[in-house]
Structure formats: structure tokens, C-alpha cells
Design a protein around this ligand. Structure first.
Ligand SMILES: [Fe+2]
Length: 339
């Protein structure tokens, strides 16, 4: 065999040896994310690894209930959802298992993952204060300010039964304790312009309609209206200002889109590979841009709509506390009479 052929063959062998193992099989994903852009996530993973992604998509509560009912025979390999407080519920139900992965531990900051690897954050969303620029000269600069009586009749937020509001209060309990958190919840509710109704987008629409001057909402609902047409909002975004709260103290409360390996995962190795893929640069860009969120991995570029919101200093409290304080938060909203 001549020299040239030998060298070429050696090259191919080396490439074959270097390429990540083209695995067999599949991974069963239970996901409450339903964004078209996620399609590309799955196809790219399948192309890269040869592992087929099977999906069950439903609301988080339904997926958790399904995994609970399926028990040890559950075909779920991964649970992918939003809000660390909700993932805490799945963890409390024993639906997740610890995962050790150098790739994930190196890529994802410690406060954005479970200390024993029960779940990992893959994108972030901040809960910020939006306001009517024409009517509010001096908007609240902190979450605490939202309870200041000078904003009486000006504030709107969604129901206290919503997991985003529960997790926000859980972070305030962690910072100030239950008594102060209860005073805050009472003061916040006393400042409401209307009874809580609708989702975060409806709060932003409340500014456009003039019903609300100051609202609490997750960043991606506004960023989405900058990127695509959201009825009764996109055309009016110029009138809306925003504040990343608590920039001069603990930073702005963030939450996550996150995933963990299911307790009885039949394809455990493929599941870990999928989560590691979600921490890769290209997946991080899709994942965050798909829902106008901030990447979880530091240094990844922001999508244009998110870049318009800007960077901010985030509260780096470990997000496991959002679950740990969940029951206390629910009881406080109840005592505060905030429906
Ligand atoms: Fe949401």
C-alpha cells in the first residue's frame, strides 16, 4: 500500500477516533417548552449524535403528574420546564435523579443549578418592573419600592397563585424573612389598580390601555413584543419603560428554563448527553433566542430583542431556595389577602 494512501487512511482513522461517539438509541423528553425554535435544537442534537429525540409536550403540572403516575415504569429520560420553584415540586415528588457532569458543572454557574445535579438551568428570565413613561416620572427602583404607598392605585401584577409571583416572594422571604415579606405582599396588593387577572402580557397591555402605570412581568414577554407582533402591545412598546430592580443592592430576581434527568430514565447516558448539548454554545443561542431569554452560560451572545432590554446585575441567591420557601410564600399571599 503506497505512502499517500497510508497517510490518508491514518487521517480518516484519526478523525473517526476523535469524533464524539455516534450513539445509538433515543432520549425521551418530557417538555413544557413549546417554542418552534426548539425544533432546531432537537434536529441539531440528532444530527450531531445520532440519538433520536422523542417528545412529550404538555403543561408542567400535567407532565409532573404523568411521571408520578407512571412511577418506575416511566419512559421519561428528561424533564424540561420553567421556574425553579416548579422543578422543586418535581424533585420533592422524587421524579429526578442526581447527575454528575463536568461539562454542565463547568458551563452553568452554581446558583443556576441544583447542588447535587438534580437539575440545571439553561436560560434565564428576569422579573422586572415596567412602567408608563408618560405617567411615571419616578418609577420604583426595587421590589420593595412596589409596596410604597406613593404608588397606590398604580400597580398591576398577575395572581398570587402564579408560580412566577410565588417564586419572587420566595426570594424576598430569603432576603428579608417571613414577617417583612408579608408586609411587602400586603403593601404591594394595596397598591393594585385592579384585581389581578391575566398573564404577564396582559399586565403590559394594562399600561397600553391606561389601566396600569407600573407592572411586574418577565423580560421575555416584553422582548417577544419587540421581536414579533403581539396583539395590543407590539405597536406601543415605545411608551413603556423598564427598571431592573435592586441594581444597587442584591440584584434582580431571575428564574430559569431548566432540565433534569428523570429518576427512572431508561436512557440515562443519552439524557446526560442531551443536557450537556443544551449547555453548548449553539444550543444556548437557540434556547435563549427561542423564547427571548438570557442564556445561562456566561459569555453567550444575546439575541437582538434581549439585547434591547440590556444587561443587568442579577441576584445570585441559589435558586433552590425558590422551592424551599414556596409553601411559606403561598401562605403569606393567603394571609395578605392577595388573590
Ligand atoms: Fe412564562
Amino acid at each position: 500500500m503506497n505512502g499517500i494512501l497510508k497517510t490518508a487512511l491514518a487521517g480518516v482513522m484519526a478523525a473517526l477516533m476523535a469524533a464524539p461517539a455516534f450513539a445509538e438509541g433515543e432520549v425521551n423528553l418530557y417538555s413544557s417548552r413549546h417554542y418552534d425554535t426548539d425544533e432546531r435544537l432537537y434536529t441539531e442534537f440528532e444530527e450531531r449524535t445520532g440519538i433520536t429525540v422523542n417528545r412529550i409536550e404538555a403543561k408542567a403540572g400535567a407532565l409532573i403528574e404523568r411521571m408520578r403516575t407512571e412511577g418506575r415504569n416511566s419512559p421519561a429520560d428528561i424533564l424540561l420546564t420553567v421556574d425553579a420553584g416548579r422543578m422543586w415540586q418535581a424533585d420533592q415528588a422524587g421524579l429526578l435523579q442526581p447527575t454528575a457532569s463536568d461539562v454542565l458543572e463547568r458551563a452553568i454557574p452554581g446558583n443556576l443549578r441544583h447542588p447535587d445535579g438534580h437539575w440545571f438551568g439553561f436560560s434565564q428570565r428576569a422579573r422586572v418592573i415596567f412602567y408608563d413613561k408618560a405617567d411615571v416620572a419616578d418609577p420604583p427602583r426595587t421590589y420593595e419600592d412596589l409596596a410604597n404607598p406613593k404608588y397606590a392605585g398604580m400597580v398591576c401584577a398577575r395572581s398570587s397563585s402564579n408560580i412566577y409571583m410565588i417564586s419572587l416572594l420566595a426570594s424576598i422571604i430569603e432576603t428579608h424573612g417571613e414577617a417583612a415579606a408579608e408586609d411587602w405582599a400586603k403593601g404591594l396588593y394595596a397598591n393594585f389598580a385592579r384585581k389581578p387577572s391575566g398573564g404577564d402580557t396582559d399586565q403590559l397591555r394594562g399600561i397600553v390601555s391606561g389601566e396600569c402605570d407600573i407592572v411586574l412581568a418577565n423580560t421575555y414577554y416584553f422582548a417577544r413584543a419587540l421581536r414579533k407582533d403581539v396583539k395590543n402591545l407590539s405597536g406601543e412598546t415605545d411608551m413603556i419603560g423598564w427598571v431592573f430592580p435592586n441594581q444597587s443592592d442584591r440584584g434582580t430576581h431571575v428564574n430559569l428554563s431548566l432540565g433534569g434527568v428523570a429518576a427512572h430514565a431508561p436512557n440515562r447516558e443519552n439524557a446526560v448527553r442531551f443536557l450537556e448539548y443544551l449547555a453548548s454554545e449553539s444550543a444556548q443561542e437557540y434556547f435563549s433566542a427561542g423564547n427571548d431569554e438570557y442564556p445561562a452560560v456566561p459569555g453567550i451572545g444575546l439575541s437582538p430583542s434581549v439585547a434591547r432590554l440590556g444587561l443587568f446585575r442579577q441576584d445570585t441567591m441559589p435558586l433552590t431556595v425558590l422551592g424551599e420557601n414556596q409553601n411559606a410564600a403561598i401562605q403569606i399571599y393567603d394571609r395578605a389577602g392577595y388573590p
